[in-house]
Ligand binder design. Structure first.
Ligand code: AMP
Ligand code: MG
Length: 409
C-alpha cells in the first residue's frame, strides 16, 4: 500500500498549470488565480499623509520655546497643500497631504485653539503621526506574485495601486459523475435498497469552492458501456474527470475497466483511513488545439463512494491537484499542533484522518463514530487529525490538526 505522502507526490508530479489565461476586471476576480505578478506603478501612500486630525508644523519652530502659532492654512483630505510658512501651523485632517516644510503632526487633543492661533501643548518628535510616502508599497515592487489566489484583501491591495484589470488563469474545467444503481436524488422517493446521492452535493460544493467550472453528468448506471460512453464524452472538453464510487474491484465496479479501455489507469491502495482506494489516470481525447495541460488526454481521478472517504480523499488529494492545475503556488494546507483531549488506545496500521473539533479550552475533541459512512462527523468536526500509522493517542499529547478552514477554500 502507498503512503499518503507518496500518493500526493505522484499526483502533484503529474499536474502543471493549464495554459489558458485572460484579463478580467478586478471587481470580478475573487478566488481567481493570478497568471502574472502584480507590480505597483506607484508609491502607497502616494504622498506623506497625516494619520491624525490636528496641526502640521515644523519641529524646528518649537525649538525656541514658542508654543503659539498662527494657523496659516486648512488642509482637508483630497486637497493639495501650500508649503508651510515659517513659524505657523496648518490645520490638517486624517489622510490629508502633509505640507512641504512640516515634519510633524500634533493631534488636536494636544492643542488649544485660540481665535486664528493654536497653542501646542506637546513636543512632537520629527515624523510624529506622519505616514511617509511609500510606507506601505514602493513603486515597482511586486505586491502579488503570479500563483496567488485572489482573496478579498488581495483584490483591495491590487485596487490600492490602481489595477482595474488582472491577468488570471482560466477556470479549471472538471467533469464529475457518480456511479451506483442504489443512488437516488433528493426529491425522488427512496425505493427499497436505495440511498440518496449525498456525495453529489458534497463534491459539487467542494469543486465550486475551488473556483472550478463544473459539468455534472449526474448518476451513471453501474454498466461498463454507460461508464465508457460518459468518460468519452467528458474527456473532450475538460481538464479533469472526477468520479465517485465503483473504484473497488467488485463485479459492480465498472470505473476501473472503463478507464483502462478509454485511457490508462493506476489504482492505488493508499494506507489511509478513511479512503483506501483511489484511482488516478487519464482518458484519451481527440488531439486538438487546446490550452489544457496535455492535448491528447484528460486527467482522471476516481474517488471511493463512502461519503467520508470521498470527502477526505478530495480534501487531501483532489484539492491540491486542482489547485496545481489552476496555477496556485502554495497548495499544502497549514496544520496546527494541538493538544488531544481524548485517548484513542487502538493504533491503526494506516494513516488515520480523524474528524475532530477544537473545544473552548483549545484542545481537540474526537467525534465518537469515525466510520467512513458517517457523514455527521464531517459537519460536527472542524478539521482532521493527521494521525501517523501505528500510533495510539493519549490525552494531553500534541497532534497534527488540519483545520477545515485550510481545506475548504
Ligand atoms: P462504492 O465505492 O461504489 O463501492 O461505494 C461504497 C459505499 O458508498 C456504498 O455503501 C455506496 O452505497 C456508498 N456510495 C457510493 N456513492 C455514493 C454517493 N454518491 N452518495 C452517497 N453514498 C454513496
Ligand atoms: Mg458502487
Amino acid at each position: 500500500m502507498l503512503s499518503t505522502a507518496d500518493a500526493l507526490a505522484t499526483l502533484l508530479g503529474a499536474a502543471s498549470p493549464i495554459a489558458g489565461t485572460e484579463s478580467i476586471p478586478t471587481l470580478e476576480a475573487l478566488n481567481r488565480v493570478l497568471s502574472e505578478d502584480v507590480v505597483s506603478p506607484l508609491d502607497v501612500p502616494p504622498m506623506n499623509t497625516s494619520s491624525m486630525d490636528g496641526y502640521a508644523l515644523s519641529t524646528g519652530d518649537l525649538a525656541h520655546g514658542n508654543r503659539r502659532f498662527p494657523v496659516s492654512q486648512r488642509i482637508p483630505a483630497g486637497h493639495a497643500p501650500e508649503p508651510l510658512k515659517a513659524n505657523t501651523a496648518a490645520r490638517i485632517f486624517t489622510g490629508a497631504t502633509v505640507p512641504p516644510g512640516a515634519d510633524a503632526i500634533v493631534m488636536q487633543e494636544q492643542t488649544e485653539a485660540a481665535g486664528d492661533d493654536v497653542t501646542i501643548l506637546h513636543s512632537p518628535k520629527p515624523g510624529e503621526w506622519i505616514t511617509v510616502q511609500g510606507a506601505d508599497i514602493r513603486s515597482g515592487s511586486i505586491i502579488l506574485p503570479a500563483g496567488t489566489r485572489l482573496t478579498p484583501q488581495a483584490l483591495g491591495l491590487a485596487a490600492s495601486v490602481g489595477c482595474a484589470q488582472l491577468h488570471v488563469r482560466r477556470r479549471v474545467k472538471v467533469a464529475v459523475f457518480f456511479t451506483g444503481d442504489e443512488l437516488t436524488m433528493p426529491g425522488e422517493p427512496l425505493k427499497p435498497g436505495a440511498i440518496y446521492n449525498s456525495n453529489r452535493f458534497t463534491l459539487r460544493g467542494l469543486l465550486e469552492n475551488l473556483g472550478c467550472e463544473v459539468t455534472d453528468y449526474g448518476i451513471v448506471p453501474d454498466k461498463l458501456d454507460a461508464t465508457r460512453a460518459t468518460l468519452r464524452e467528458a474527456g473532450e472538453a475538460h481538464d479533469l474527470i472526477l468520479t465517485c464510487g465503483g473504484v473497488s474491484v467488485g463485479e459492480e465496479d465498472h470505473v476501473k475497466p472503463a478507464v483502462e479501455a478509454e485511457g490508462r489507469l493506476s489504482m492505488w491502495q493508499i494506507a489511509m483511513k478513511p479512503g483506501k482506494p483511489l484511482a488516478f489516470g487519464a482518458v484519451r481525447r481527440t488531439p486538438q488545439q487546446t490550452d489544457a495541460v496535455t492535448s491528447d488526454e484528460t486527467f482522471f481521478i476516481g474517488l471511493p463512494g463512502n461519503p467520508v472517504s470521498s470527502f477526505v480523499t478530495f480534501l487531501l488529494f483532489v484539492r491540491p491537484f486542482v489547485l496545481r492545475l489552476a496555477g496556485v503556488r502554495t497548495v499544502a494546507p497549514r496544520a496546527l499542533s494541538l493538544r488531544a483531549d481524548f485517548t484513542q488506545n487502538k493504533a491503526d496500521r494506516r494513516n488515520e484522518f480523524l474528524r475532530a473539533r477544537v473545544n473552548p479550552a483549545g484542545g481537540l475533541d474526537l467525534f465518537p463514530n469515525q466510520s467512513s459512512a458517517v457523514l455527521t462527523s464531517t459537519v460536527w468536526g472542524d478539521g482532521l487529525i493527521d494521525n501517523p500509522p501505528n500510533h495510539a493517542i493519549s490525552a494531553g499529547e500534541t497532534v497534527r490538526f488540519i483545520p477545515f478552514s485550510e481545506l475548504l477554500n
